[in-house]
Design a protein around this ligand. Sequence first.
Ligand SMILES: Cc1ncc(COP(=O)(O)O)c(C=O)c1O
Length: 306
Amino acid sequence: MAFDVAQFRSETPGVAHRVHLNNAGAGLMPQPVLDAVVGHLRREAEIGGYEAAGEAAPRLDGVYDSVARLLGAGRDEIALTENATVAWQLAFYAMAFQPGDRILTARAEYAANYVAFLQVARRTGAVIEVVPDDGDGMLDPEALERMIDGRVRLIAITWVPTNGGLRNPAAAVGEIARRHGVTYLLDACQAVGQMPTRVDDLRCDVLTATGRKFLRGPRGTGFLYVRRDLLRRLEPPMLDHFAAPWVAADRYELRPDARRFETWENSYATRLGLGRAVDYALDIGLDRIEARCRALSARLRDCATA
Ligand SMILES: Cc1ncc(COP(=O)(O)O)c(C=O)c1O
């Protein structure tokens, strides 16, 4: 797809009548995303929800391929969720902590994540420690390196915090985590859709994101990536018969893939919208989207300082 801003605008119904800058809240959906959601809802009304899901099965299945392509991951490493918070919680609450285990995080951590740290620290005796920043708010990788010891169980940071325009050095953190064998959970909620998000470059074990912000998908969508070798060791905090088929009266078997973090019932219309939004961003190219975001934000900063 050519980088044609006029075309993108013409495909975005919302820009016809307003200036909308709240992508960090929820971006304006492009028409193909809207069509995917509304089209599926219409089919549910026409032929029934189960029948519509059957008819759309190949496209629904393809959503995992799209998200996997976006992240440079395997489709077996992707779970679809109703938002980023649920994705993050499912992975975090699956991790086991002992008294004295250390959870390292950044100064600008997302509030919901920090509340979960507090609850788990209270329950388990784990301790939360904030890695010093570089003076401008950005996590200092050298300070992180100095904090690592055998009690660090988890590094969990937010790549791009909700407010303020900060961008934490997610890949540098991943390099340190990998070298020391520490699990690395990355909240990429505000980064996905705005810049390339390749899990191998980031070296994260878990990544969580939402659909509705810079990806421009519908509200009520999110996803979870769990690296394959960690996946085998993580049992979700809650299970149903989709995540873990009930195979004998006294036994269930966990699904081998990341869909062990899902449940049986889902919003298929919004899932299709998420898949379409991911494909739309991939067709444009995340490198080109990032270059455009950088150019616009630089222009804005120049105006602010002029
Ligand atoms: C950095 C960050 N993490 C997580 C979330 C939560 O995302 P969701 O509302 O999809 O659960 C947000 C939402 O604003 C966010 O900005």
